[in-house]
Design a protein around this ligand. Structure first.
Ligand code: ATP
Ligand code: MG
Length: 161
């Protein structure tokens, strides 16, 4: 039997559903994984990051603060959850200057990034999956608002063959 990486699309009718989709993904992330959250303004990226945090047992508020690029949360079970929001970063050089690499692919952390488009050159690790289905590298998540109000969420799936 081998594990294959594929894609899945799910519909989240409410922001609670978005958090639940994130929680299901959290259970499949290896430490060092970087979840890149793509989607327009208001697509639900911060809600998704909050769902990851909740799944890790983090109870602190998870928001996107205006003047902070990174929020560091200690996971009760050990290690860290880093939440980066790069909306306000000007150039990739600014991110490097700020020391962003400490927060990427850190073997003791899972990282979620809003506006990963700001740092394309720093996100080159391919997505891979272990025999047990655990995801490593850059894990892409796309959130698309639906006319009816919910969100379509595209993210990796694994299937066993
Ligand atoms: N599945 C969903 N259905 C309906 N509303 C949702 C859903 N998921 C999230 N939302 C709502 O979308 C709004 C914006 O969410 P959020 O702040 O997470 O977006 P964002 O992508 O982080 O925005 P920004 O680009 O400004 O950082 C919130 O009011 C949130 O409750
Ligand atoms: Mg946000």
């Amino acid at each position: 039997m081998s594990t294959q990486l594929t894609w899945q699309e799910v519909v989240a009718a409410t922001s609670d559903d978005t958090e639940a989709v994130a929680a299901a993904l959290a259970a499949r992330l290896a430490d060092g994984a970087v979840v890149v959250l793509r989607g327009d303004l208001g697509a639900g990226k911060t809600v998704f990051a909050r769902g990851l945090a909740r799944a890790f047992g983090i109870t602190e508020p998870v928001t996107s603060p205006t003047f902070t690029l990174v929020q560091e949360y200690r996971r009760p079970a050990g290690g860290w959850f880093f939440h980066l929001d790069l909306y306000r970063i000007g150039a990739e050089a600014d991110a490097a200057a700020f020391g962003i690499e400490e927060f990427l692919f850190n073997p003791h952390a899972v990282t979620a990034i809003e506006w990963p488009e700001r740092i394309p050159d720093l996100l080159g690790e391919p997505l891979t999956c272990d025999a047990d289905g655990r995801l490593r590298g850059v894990v892409p998540v796309l959130l698309i608002p639906l006319p009816a109000g919910g969100r379509r969420i595209r993210l990796p799936a694994t299937s066993h063959e």
